[in-house]
Design a protein around this ligand. Sequence first.
Ligand SMILES: C[S@@+](CC[C@H](N)C(=O)[O-])C[C@H]1O[C@@H](n2cnc3c(N)ncnc32)[C@H](O)[C@@H]1O
Length: 226
Amino acid sequence: MSETENTQPTPADLAHALCEVGIELPDDRIGLLDRYRSVLWRWNEQINLTRHTTLEKFVNRDVVDSLELAKLLPERKRILDIGTGGGVPGLILAICRPDLKVSVCESMQKKAKVVEAIVSELHLPATVYGCRAEEVLQLQTFDTLVARGVASLSKILRWFEPHWSAFDQLLLIKGRKWVLERGEARHNGLLKKLELRKAATYLTPASEAESVILSITSPKTTSRRG
Ligand SMILES: C[S@@+](CC[C@H](N)C(=O)[O-])C[C@H]1O[C@@H](n2cnc3c(N)ncnc32)[C@H](O)[C@@H]1O
């Protein structure tokens, strides 16, 4: 199919695009994912939520990233997506992994209101917080925090330094600059009390771009909980 930004794909197009990258999902999940894509693109005409407005980018970037993350999340874990923007990866996780207890937060009020509207229209099992993640962590605890494209590793580690008792693990989707970011974070002394490991490496389909998922834990917190 020759796809342009003005073409509205069908659920069958989505199923085909998922199949092309080796993703198998039940029909009802594909249907819901397609409705999410459609509602997201509709809102995107009014407010800038995503640059991924072709089916190929939606699948190859948003769905692939979210499902790579999903592979690392045990059943029924409590997840907080920090800086969800238009709902990636949080709402895609809520759609594809209904066993998870997904919360998403977004500090920009306009975006957070749209995410709330999407969750409500699609009846998604997700809680939306319209504030900074640091504020959510003063109220709630989570098993895992997840994020894509929110800030540098150093910034994120600074934000969450006082909050490690509110979560066990941080999973960050990063591009090839992750090594530089790790160097900077080490230089800034932000990794001294933390363990960072590369939990996954994968290629974005139809490109040579390598992505990684970094897992960061605080041994002190883990042993206290474990
Ligand atoms: C570049 S967007 C990425 C959106 C989405 N995660 C994605 O990958 O498509 C980053 C978003 O994080 C939000 N943000 C930045 N710092 C935040 C914080 N501390 N807590 C919650 N949201 C934050 C911004 O308002 C912005 O919408």
